[in-house]
Design a protein. Structure first.
Length: 151
């Protein structure tokens, strides 16, 4: 195994404000979830973890500051990653989505909210880059004012 691929990306600037950088990682494989969490934390993100969709939905209810969902497609439980992404988009439309899978590639139209797809195996740099871009976009969306709410 190439040891260079396992090193954290210390000092990699994501260019996003800390308050907008909460990421929810949903992965049923514990080692993959821990590794993704570690890499994202080293890049400056605050990371929440969930092993399945039910845990992810609980995390979303308790942490409305989540800006990016990073989820695997295949997971045990009543909802898979695509179902989770749809539900998150319905209930928290400002949360942006990064979907991953090593088995299937969903059609672009099947990923809600113009979400992105990253095939497994992925490089840490690619995950961090995608999530940083999504977090910046999510931060911008959170700052937008709804014209209907202005009196």
């Amino acid at each position: 195994m190439n040891q260079n691929r396992l090193r954290p990306l210390r000092g990699m600037s994501t260019g996003i404000p800390e308050s907008s950088s909460v990421v929810l990682v949903v992965e049923d494989e514990e080692l993959l979830r821990a590794f993704a969490t570690w890499q994202l934390e080293e890049a400056g993100f605050e990371v929440l973890q969930a092993a399945n969709a039910d845990e992810a939905l609980q995390a979303m209810k308790s942490r409305p500051d989540v800006r990016v969902l990073f989820t695997d497609v295949q997971m045990p439980g009543r909802l898979d990653g695509m179902d989770l992404a749809r539900k998150i988009h319905e209930q928290w439309p400002k949360v942006l989505l990064l979907i991953t899978s090593g088995n299937s590639r969903p059609a672009k139209a099947d990923i809600p909210n113009h979400g992105h797809f990253l095939a497994k195996p992925y490089r840490s740099e690619d995950v961090i880059s995608e999530i940083a871009a999504l977090a910046r976009e999510a931060a911008t969306r959170c700052l937008e004012v709804d014209p209907a709410a202005v009196v």
